[in-house]
Design a protein around this ligand. Structure first.
Ligand SMILES: *Cc1c(COP(=O)(O)O)cnc(C)c1O
Length: 369
């Protein structure tokens, strides 16, 4: 049997190695050095925002942002239950309460009606998650919050999975009050570990920079007027990031091409569906995800994934809905999210996949289901 197809390997386009060596040779390997500012400027330009703040990873980016906005004990933050755990953990790190909402039956991103129904006087923020690259409807959220007189609620875009996607031509990162990204090894753009916060609010940007650098006074070294964090990205990570941002158009085009190949190969297969993409979005898929409505249960889905692995095709299940975890307090059932998540399969998704590998993944999926 031919070699195993990985679920999502990073894809390097050549400059990563050169830039990392330049960073090493410069002696700047920690959180100062030329690649950090260069990466932040390039990433801000990519997202068409005024400010991008690099961070050690996406999770701390989200924590830093919530902290900067004063989210704390007694506050609630609405989060779709179908997301990576970090989205809600960052809320808990602030001492606030994640309140979980349903995802939409067809696009699988946060259900705007359901999210709005969960707004209370304690709600401080809503985190829309751009699941697998499809973008949540921030314009609708903003309009609906305005209509109920709650424009004070911050809109946060968790764009960790949606680098490169656009809505009416506007890139992710620019669609809410602020956005966070992850550059983990399997994300569309990677720095190994890394993250960023993007915003047009330059005052917020300055505050994020201060807080992530131990809260050190910019005029008086080693004077710290408030509690800060060490949430900085290193110059080595930023060097990889510079190469990835330079190649972003190619990386995103690869993801889209692979996505289209999956969609056409599985079109018309009974029970199998992809996320519906709103017409005004140009989606760069992160993981190529399908829901198989023929699967009777989560156990059956997991057996399918095990059979596929035996045939050399790595996959992932959808995220287990967060409201089912023992340490979150909002555990009210979300039947739609539970049903969808249990039947979700993420097919091999790396930007370096060949057409032959995509075809083999499809063949194995069809044979094993
Ligand atoms: C990857 C991811 C994050 C953060 O990931 P890090 O590993 O901390 O960089 C946050 N939210 C979502 C939805 C993600 O997929």
């Amino acid at each position: 049997m031919s070699s195993r197809i990985p679920v999502c390997a990073p894809f390097f386009t050549g400059k990563e190695r050169q830039y990392v060596l330049e960073a090493v040779d410069s002696g700047w390997i920690s959180s100062a050095g030329e690649f950090i500012g260069r990466f932040e400027r390039a990433f801000a330009a990519l997202c068409r925002v005024r400010h991008a703040e690099s961070c050690a990873n996406g999770t701390v980016a989200l924590h830093l942002l919530l902290h900067a906005w004063g989210v704390g004990p007694g506050d609630e933050v609405i989060v779709p239950s179908e997301t990576f755990v970090a989205t809600a953990n960052a809320v808990l790190y602030c001492g606030a309460k994640p309140v979980f909402c349903e995802i939409d039956e067809r696009s699988w991103v946060l259900d705007v009606d359901d999210a709005l129904a969960r707004v209370t006087p304690k709600t401080k923020a809503i985190i829309g998650v751009d699941l697998f690259g499809v973008v949540a409807d921030y314009a609708a959220l903003r309009a609906r919050l305005a209509a109920i007189g709650r424009s004070d609620i911050k809109l946060i875009e968790d764009a960790a999975e949606a680098a490169g996607s656009t809505v009416d031509g506007r890139p992710t990162g620019s669609l809410a009050d602020a956005a966070i990204f992850s550059f983990f090894g399997n994300k569309t753009l990677t720095t190994g570990e890394g993250g960023a916060i993007t915003t047009d609010d330059v005052e917020l940007g300055a505050r994020l920079k201060f807080l992530k650098n131990h809260g050190m006074d910019s005029k008086r070294r080693y004077y710290h007027p408030e509690l800060g964090f060490n949430y900085r990205m290193t110059n080595l990570q930023a060097a990889v990031g510079c190469a990835q941002v330079e190649a972003a158009a190619d990386l995103c085009a690869r993801k889209q091409r692979i996505g289209e190949r999956y969609r056409s190969a599985l079109a018309g297969v009974e029970g199998v569906r992809f996320a519906e993409r709103p017409k005004n979005q140009n989606v760069v898929p992160w993981l190529h995800a399908v829901i198989d409505d023929r699967l009777p249960s989560e156990a059956a889905r997991d057996e399918l994934l095990a059979r596929m692995l035996e045939q050399g095709v790595e996959t992932r299940p959808f995220f287990v809905p967060l409201h089912t975890f023992p340490y979150f307090t909002d555990t009210s059932p979300l039947p739609r999210t539970e049903r969808l998540a249990a039947r979700g399969v993420c097919l091999p998704s790396g930007g370096g996949l060949t057409d032959g590998e995509v075809d083999r993944a499809v063949e194995v999926f069809l044979k094993c289901r």
